[in-house]
Design a protein around this ligand. Structure first.
Ligand code: 5AD
Ligand code: SF4
Length: 455
């Protein structure tokens, strides 16, 4: 691992790469891996597309509108070609994997590279000519980019992502991810710890361990190693780096989150008390059709367990409205579950049929667009009330906050997150980004805790 490779290089004489990132946090981290690979080849990052020799879009396929947005961007990129024919356009990531050579029809772009082929990007770039676009969409059972130290593109130098695994072995019937990111594989914990340590040495104060399903992280002992490492153990190892380094993780799967993980969270003050636990639906029959492998009761039991061990734990979720065959009763079950749990916040989506998934093959996408939207709006409105309710429960509480920087609305104030992941805004006492301070919640909105600064 290259320890000094943490920040983007600045050298105007070198060729420049411009990278746009769409989709999940995994993709954000993958773009940092791509930059690391390209920097070794002499490229530097530019934020100005007009300056770029290579334009890359790291793409998402999760819903149709994510892909539509990217098609729109490809049109924009092609306008650059009109100005400068030698500029190379590459589509990488999930949409590259899903659409493969369809992206090359009509020579829309020059390079197509799937999530497991980023090491080949330098070669693809070398081989590309105006008449021969290049493609590599091979998926791997081993690739974790474990030895590559991502070049951090975040602006604040305080929070960073570390991928601990890639791919997904759950075949939720609506989801394209297993097809775009391949089979699940866990990354060697030694390389994860080294990366976390390196970030901490470079002044980072918060890391988020990323995986499609972190609870199924498992590093099987190799010859000469002492034992296997599961997610709870990995979490503990990272937490032990320093009490000053906060640890977060995402995403947990309700079927897999173990008591061991919950107890490990409780045991370490620097493991943030927040779990993103996507429920998707409150109806057991929908959950079965979605192949989530848990039912409503199981989900509620996991929430009860989390809250009995960690009473102040933040819990957030994802919800899908209007999945195939969803009745009004199923929809009402989702609303009632949301009211019962009182999630702090939620990502909420209308179901979008993805080609190749089990649902697209087996179940008609039969809820009309207007009805899906109506249900989604109902879910969003309810969550607004629940977020407010959850925040009101924090009135008068005191939290330790990691200062991120000036508040967006009022630059004279600071903002930062409490352990439970809620955004706090508070007056500055001269703290800098990366400092810890204590705050007291004085008033709330559905999105923010407005606090006094206790220092
Ligand atoms: N349609 C709508 N939402 C989806 N998600 C995943 N696939 C789909 C789809 N086909 C949502 C799920 C998941 C989140 C990342 O995206 O809620 O948890
Ligand atoms: Fe991330 Fe899934 Fe989108 Fe791929 S399809 S970028 S894994 S959210």
């Amino acid at each position: 691992m290259d320890i000094n490779n943490i920040k983007p290089l600045i050298d105007p004489s070198r060729p420049k790469v411009y990278i746009e990132t769409y989709g999940c946090q995994m993709n954000v981290n993958d773009s940092e891996v791509i930059l690391s690979i390209l920097q070794k080849e002499g490229y530097v990052l530019t934020e100005d597309m007009d300056q770029a020799n290579i334009i890359l879009a790291n793409t998402c396929s999760i819903r149709e509108n994510a892909e539509q947005r990217i098609w729109g961007r490809i049109d924009q990129f092609r306008l650059q070609k009109k100005k400068r024919q030698d500029v190379i356009i590459g589509i990488v990531g999930c949409m590259a994997e899903r659409l493969k050579d369809k992206l090359l029809d009509g020579h829309q772009v020059d390079i197509v590279a799937g999530p497991d082929s980023y090491r080949s990007l330098p070669q693809l770039i070398r081989d590309v000519t105006p008449d021969s676009p290049q493609i590599n969409v091979l998926l791997s059972h081993e690739e974790t980019y474990a030895d590559i130290s991502p070049v951090r593109m975040d602006k604040n130098g305080i929070s960073a992502f570390i991928s601990i695994m890639r791919g997904c072995n759950n075949v939720c019937s609506y989801c394209v991810v297993p097809y775009t990111r391949g089979a699940e594989r866990s990354r060697d914990p030694k390389t994860i710890l080294r990366e976390a340590q390196e970030l901490y040495s470079n002044g980072y104060k918060e890391i988020t361990l990323l995986g499609q399903n972190v609870d199924s992280y498992l590093w099987k002992a190799e010859e000469g190693e002492e034992a296997s490492v599961n997610f709870a153990q990995l979490l503990e190892m990272v937490a032990k780096i320093s009490p000053e380094l906060r640890v977060r993780f995402s995403t947990s799967h309700p079927k897999d989150i173990s008591d061991e993980v919950i107890y490990t969270m409780a045991a370490y003050p620097n493991i943030c008390k927040h779990i993103h636990l996507p429920v998707q639906s409150g109806s057991s029959s929908m959950l079965e059709k979605m192949r989530r492998k848990y039912d409503r009761e199981w989900y509620l039991e996991r929430v009860a367990k989390i809250r009995s061990v960690i009473p102040d734990c933040g819990i957030t979720t994802d919800v899908i409205a209007g999945f195939c065959g969803e009745t009004l009763e199923d929809h009402a079950d989702t609303l009632s579950l949301m009211e019962e749990v009182v999630f702090d916040s939620a990502f909420m989506f209308a179901y979008s049929e993805r080609p190749g998934t089990l649902a697209s093959r087996k179940y008609p996408d039969d809820i009309p667009y207007e009805e899906k939207t109506r249900r989604l709006n109902e879910i969003i409105a309810l969550q607004g009330r629940m977020s407010l309710k959850s925040n009101e429960r924090d009135l008068g509480k005191e939290f330790e906050v990691l200062v991120e920087g000036p508040s967006k609305k009022n630059p004279d104030e600071l903002c930062g997150r409490a352990s439970n992941n809620k955004m706090c805004v508070f007056p500055s006492h001269g703290e800098k980004p990366g400092d810890y301070t204590h705050v007291k919640v004085e008033s709330v909105t559905s999105a923010t805790l407005i606090c006094s600064n206790l220092g």
